[in-house]
Design a protein around this ligand. Sequence first.
Ligand SMILES: [Zn+2]
Length: 102
Amino acid sequence: MPICIECSYPVSHLYSTYSRADDRSLGKGVRLTQCPRCQRFADKYVEYDFVVIFIDLVLIKPQAWRRQRPIRCMSIILHSLSSLVYCLLKIEILQLTKLFVR
Ligand SMILES: [Zn+2]
C-alpha cells in the first residue's frame, strides 16, 4: 500500500485518473490524492519531472526519499550521474582535441 510522502500515513492510492488520462504529457487526466491525516498531497512528485525529483534527492528532502519507488529513484540518480560523467568526458576529449589540432 502506498504511503503519504509527507507523513508516511498509508493511503489507498497516490492519484486517480479521469478522461484523457493517457495524455499525461499535457498534465491532464490526473488528480492527486489528498492525505487524510496531514491534508497535503500524498505524493506531489507524481506530476513532477524527474529532474526536479533528482534535485530534491540531492538536497536530501525526506519527501523525495520516502517515495514508493526507491529503485526508480536510484535509477534516476545513476542515470543522471552517468550522463554527467559522459558530458565531462566529452568536454575533456574536446579540449584535448583542440590541443593536438594546433
Ligand atoms: Zn500525510
